[in-house]
Design a binder for this molecule. Structure first.
Ligand SMILES: C=C(O[C@H]1C=CC=C(C(=O)O)[C@@H]1O)C(=O)O
Length: 406
């Protein structure tokens, strides 16, 4: 990335210790830090911002090579409680290139001070993770969640919405000696094909997750990608994804998301896109239906397609519903808790290279608080939804990130 310069940074310190100390450097000075591991990748990456104020974003990021490099962290719904963030990459550490670290011009100017602070941190400095200023969210009991699902089905029957994705939060105590960095490692090992993240910022708190859902990507070949991911069943022992059978309810739930994406392309008057699927994919112990969409940006006259699609897509009907606004209104009135950054989106923009962006929907995630974790899960409702089964589906989805609390 051209705007960042490469420097060496304590090469004698083992990589894991250097990573921990960089996180400690951010947290001990009240700064935001994001760690992530891309699906299928071996090594994690870290982005640290020097100025907290610079991290508050207005609009979703521009997905253009000339836009700033950093890490986006957006809530499900914009609100004063849950500000959208874009953490500028002042320090960027790629564990695949552990001998170097990349710094922005602002960080380069402050290098002596940063190095001094780093050196002054005790070895194994305690990590004082940011805590959300919001109270812990309300958690729905089984009868309450089933009532919410029944209300969603009622809204579908009444014709207010065609699909809506209800969700809930649960509170779990942290196991003794819980270490968020070790949990991040464990998520990477358990879910090699997920986007694994650990984000901590003043005003947002600390979030850990392993999501299977791409929201918007532009890769090294200048190809824009997104996906429709909806429809869920457990991956049972001996089951082959390719021969999985799907209920009508799942097929419809998924088709509504795929159609929504096609309509976004239509709104932009783009006809040249590839569509592949639906096919069955594995996400942890679950199976989903997925359709992949791709647009070769070099072959279409839409230089701002990524930016425009991101603004149209979020929140997709995989986390909101269709039609979009009535579904979001339903959730605002009936869900009775604050999703905060669950079902928002997150990921690197123009990092490590200008023009490469990978944004994911923040699913299978938890919010970390001093002695507990708040876990989140939702289920797409259609006219055929059964409240007891939808409760069961949230229980299954909670197990993905819940595995690190065992
Ligand atoms: C809303 C969630 O998952 C979405 C993504 C895949 C499948 C889904 C489903 O089948 O309901 C959801 O739309 C969640 O994990 O909390």
């Amino acid at each position: 990335m051209s705007s960042l310069q490469k420097i060496t940074w304590n090469p004698a310190l083992p990589v894991a210790a250097r990573l921990r100390q960089l996180v400690a450097l951010a947290l001990s000075s009240g700064r935001p830090v994001a760690l992530w591991r891309l699906p299928g990748a071996v090594h994690a990456r870290l982005c640290l911002s020097l100025k907290v104020d610079a991290a508050y974003a207005g609009l979703p990021p521009a997905l253009e090579p000339t836009a700033p490099a950093g890490f986006a962290f957006f809530p499900f719904r914009d609100s004063d409680h849950n500000p959208p963030f874009f953490f500028p990459a002042d320090l960027f550490f790629d564990l695949a290139r552990s001998e170097e670290i990349q710094v922005s011009a602002a960080a380069a100017a402050r290098l002596p001070e940063l190095r001094q602070r780093f050196a002054a941190l005790p070895a194994e400095a305690p990590l004082t993770w940011h805590v959300s200023p919001q109270p812990a969210p309300a958690t729905a009991s089984r009868p309450e969640y089933e009532t919410l699902v029944a209300a969603g089905v009622g809204a579908i029957e009444a014709g207010t919405v065609r699909k809506v994705v209800s969700s809930r939060a649960v509170r779990r105590p942290l196991p003794p000696g819980f270490d968020a960095l070790a949990a991040f490692e464990e998520l990477q090992t358990r879910y090699p094909n997920a986007f694994v993240s650990l984000v901590s910022a003043p005003g947002a708190g600390t979030w850990l997750g392993a999501t299977p859902e791409v929201l918007a990507e532009i890769d090294e070949t200048n190809t824009f990608r997104t996906m429709a991911l909806a429809g869920t069943q457990p991956l049972l022992p001996g089951m082959k994804p390719a021969t999985a059978k799907w209920a009508h309810k799942d097929i419809e739930e998924h088709a509504l998301v795929a159609r929504y994406i096609v309509n976004c392309f239509k709104q932009l008057r783009l006809r040249e896109y590839d569509e592949q699927g639906p096919r069955t994919v594995v996400a942890g112990q679950l199976l989903h239906l997925r359709t992949d969409f791709a647009v070769h940006l070099d072959q279409v006259p839409f230089p701002s397609l990524g930016t425009d699609m991101l603004r149209l897509l979020h929140p997709t009907p995989a986390v909101g519903g269709v039609p979009r606004q009535p579904a979001l209104d339903f959730l605002r009135h009936h869900e009775a808790y604050d999703r905060a950054y669950y079902a928002g989106f997150l990921g690197p923009v123009n990092l490590p290279d200008a023009g490469v962006t990978r944004l994911f929907v923040n699913l299978r995630c938890l919010q970390l608080r001093p002695s507990e974790a708040i876990l989140y899960a939702g289920t797409g409702l259609t006219i055929d939804s059964d409240p007891a089964r939808e409760w069961q589906e949230t229980e299954l989805k909670l197990r993905t990130v819940g595995a690190i609390l065992a």
